[in-house]
Design a binder for this molecule. Structure first.
Ligand SMILES: C[S@@+](CC[C@H](N)C(=O)[O-])C[C@H]1O[C@@H](n2cnc3c(N)ncnc32)[C@H](O)[C@@H]1O
Length: 257
């Protein structure tokens, strides 16, 4: 039996287990979790419906969609990072956390010994409209029309899953005194138009000297090149036509050691 089937079998009303690196993590979800996933990934609806109808019809569709999202996007992120995952007691910052699935996993994988700081926007209505990525523009419109409040949903989801974290809007983060950050990550920012580069200035002051960054950036943008110049760019760990997942370090001299 594969892990997805095991997770489906573990399903109770609004909770399920996922086995990650041999540790079983229990996720609790509610109606807003389902709403966020079904709206945010509305472009996948037909594809997920087919898998659901073919193999998992006994589970309610929206719950299946949440589990599918975690298996399709969040777990591959975790496994892709593998050895680069932060250590216990480190200060960790996630930019654009969405509901916080990745944060829940990190928190429990690291036995709650982690200082988590998460950033989300308050409202989807102020998205930048220079977006030209059609598939995701549909999603952006769906979210705008439904007035999703990501920051509120993130807080709610972390409370539901008993994760301790400090949560900021982008403005609050930039005004904060957060320092000595050991590990920064940001995945799929491109679906939502924000550029990782908007955080470059904050990160160059806020990160510890040996701090690591894993983030997605557009290959086309000049800012991306600047970002790589400001930080010690180590490598691209994944890429698509338009985006790359970058592994960088705060400090050039440490990078060369
Ligand atoms: C595509 S989602 C990815 C969520 C999560 N990282 C994941 O992979 O499941 C991108 C998130 O970035 C958030 N976002 C949009 N603009 C942002 C900004 N300027 N700073 C931080 N987050 C932002 C969106 O609200 C959305 O939840």
């Amino acid at each position: 039996m594969d892990e997805l089937e095991k997770t489906i079998l573990s399903l109770k009303k609004n909770s399920f287990d996922i086995n990650i690196y041999g540790k079983v993590i229990n996720f609790k979800i509610n109606e807003n979790t389902k709403k966020w996933v079904t709206h945010y990934k509305s472009n996948l609806t037909n594809q997920v419906k087919k898998i659901h109808e073919d193999s998992f019809k006994s589970v309610d569709f929206e719950t299946f969609f949440v589990i599918y999202y975690i298996f399709k996007f969040v777990l591959p992120d975790i496994f892709m990072i593998g050895k680069l995952l932060p250590n216990e007691n480190e200060i960790v910052l996630e930019l654009g956390s969405g509901l916080g699935f990745f944060a829940v996993i990190l928190y429990y994988l690291l036995h709650k010994n982690i200082q988590l700081h998460l950033v989300e926007i308050e409202n989807t209505s102020n998205f930048n409209s220079e977006f030209n990525y059609k598939m995701d523009q549909n999603n952006t419109n769906a979210l705008n029309n439904d007035h999703i409040l990501p920051l509120k949903l993130l807080k709610e989801f972390l409370d539901l899953n008993k994760v301790k974290a400090k949560i900021y809007s982008p403005e609050e983060l930039k005004e904060s005194n957060l320092k000595n950050i050991n590990f920064v990550y940001s995945f799929r920012s491109y679906c939502f138009l924000y550029k990782i580069e908007e955080y470059a200035k904050f990160l160059s002051h806020g990160m510890a000297n040996d701090g690591k960054i894993l983030c997605d950036a557009s290959k086309q943008k000049k800012q991306n090149i600047k970002f790589k110049e400001e930080f010690f760019y180590k490598k691209t760990i994944a890429e698509s036509d338009a985006f790359e997942r970058i592994y960088a370090m705060k400090n050039f001299s440490i990078g060369y050691n």
